[in-house]
Design a binder for this molecule. Structure first.
Ligand code: PMP
Length: 418
């Protein structure tokens, strides 16, 4: 036993303190940081409760009607009457849950139907639904890239992508965010004949910036790599048919796997992968996060299928959401806030905060004004940034965007950020 590790006096006596064998001691730093924040009198930014949800863009928080500007409900589908009705009907017809895996008793007609809806939406041959988007990345990445294979990925990739890489045990080669040269350099160094997967995101969710997919995918293909793109934050909104950044940049056909989620524009929960790979269906037998977990409840897949089919025809909503994003971006810039991108690139607009303390103070001041945004901090954010992340919804009215800007002005002046 190594020196300095204390053991309990008798079995069953829990050890306490540093190096005492308490596996929680590694979290002491984060526990203290949170406590210091709460001791300063601020509300817990990670403990907010939505007491009542009134619409896709308004809820009651702390007894007060609040505008929601920190959800991923980009297309506002959560209260769509057809979507809600489909869920209610499925509850009546199929019950509350499947109680089983997709490969045993967990495939109902609704699971097949939502996969058909995804094939219609993306125009692909195959679609496979997972219980979350996290599991879709975990499952697909870990299954297709294993020991001896190489994964080249953007350093700012979502946690589920990193976790998928770790689970599969492939060699992981990160490159600087959105840097074409760095990406190519990494690909050049991979041994001849090795399996290669390039993993990219359409929209990066912390700063709301998009990837130069056209150029990146051309490089990947030149080096014989397969390409997976996570379009979680672009589905429904970006691209002429809402298929994402790859569609917008005209490179859908060169993407081998698109990963997405039902927890954002679709307005419920679940994840998926679509692909034209001729052997894709084997995934249903070999992908552990698909096989060894229960399938989504029938009401969830029914709402998702209805929502996805409506999103195909949501051109007007896409247009309005772009107008909202442009209006908010321009307004915040004019007020003097530092933003994550020079121009609006998605429905996410990140407002840069000088530090966690002032970020938390601004978050609370906005909540008191009646506005909810996301406080994002390391390790979720790049370069140790503290951000107030605003994500717009197609259901925000022009008038609400005006109100939001006024709230930012009031809070920013009160906290001394502008
Ligand atoms: N990929 C990205 C880029 C995400 O931002 C997220 C969730 N925020 C996910 C995957 C996981 O999606 P889900 O919520 O369905 O697990």
């Amino acid at each position: 036993m190594s020196e300095g590790i204390e053991t309990p006096d008798k079995p069953g006596t829990p050890p306490v303190g540093h190096n005492s064998g308490d596996l929680f001691s590694k979290f002491d730093g984060i526990i203290k940081q949170r406590q210091d924040l709460l001791d300063s009198g601020l509300e817990d930014p990670f403990g907010l409760v939505m007491e009542k949800v009134l619409s896709p863009v308004t809820a009651v928080c702390n007894g007060r009607e609040t505008i929601l500007l920190g959800t991923y409900n980009y297309m506002g589908m959560t209260f769509d009457p057809d979507v809600v009705e489909a869920g209610k009907q499925a509850l009546d017809d199929f019950g509350s849950g499947t109680t089983g895996s997709r490969v045993l008793n967990g495939t109902y007609a609704g699971h097949r139907d939502v996969e058909a809806a995804l094939r219609e939406f993306y125009g692909t041959k195959h679609a496979m639904v997972f219980s979350t988007g996290y599991q879709a990345n975990l499952g697909i990445i870990s299954t297709i890239a294993g020991k001896g294979d190489y994964i080249v990925l953007d350093i700012d990739s979502h946690a589920s992508i990193w976790d998928g890489c770790a689970m599969g045990n492939a060699e992981v080669v990160p490159f600087k965010h959105n840097d074409l040269e760095a990406m190519e350099k990494r690909l050049k160094r991979i041994p001849e004949g090795a399996g290669k997967l390039v993993v990219l995101e359409g929209v990066y969710s912390m700063l709301g910036d998009i990837a130069p997919l056209k150029e990146m995918i051309a490089i990947a293909k030149r080096h014989g790599a397969m390409v997976l793109v996570d379009e979680a934050h672009s589905m429904g909104f970006i691209g002429p048919n809402g298929r994402g950044v790859a569609e917008d940049q005209g490179v859908m056909d060169d993407v081998d796997f698109i990963i997405g989620t039902f927890s954002k524009s679709v307005g419920t929960v679940g994840g998926f992968c679509v692909s034209n790979h001729p052997k894709f269906e084997v995934m249903r037998l070999v992908c552990r996060p698909y096989v060894f977990t229960a399938s989504l409840p029938p009401s969830v897949v029914a709402t998702a299928a209805t929502s996805i089919r409506k999103l195909i025809h949501a051109g007007n909503k896409r247009e309005h959401l772009w107008e909202n994003s442009k209006r908010l971006h321009a307004g915040l810039k004019e007020l003097g806030f530092d933003l994550g991108t020079d121009t609006p690139q998605s429905a996410i607009i990140a407002v840069l905060m000088p530090d966690l303390e002032r970020g938390a103070a601004m978050w609370e001041a906005l909540l008191k004004e009646g506005l909810y945004v996301n406080l994002a901090r390391p390790p979720a954010t790049p370069a140790n940034m503290t951000l107030l992340r605003c994500s717009l919804c197609a259901e925000h009215s022009e008038e609400q965007v005006g109100q939001i800007l006024q709230m930012f002005e009031n809070a920013g002046k009160a906290v001394g950020i502008i």
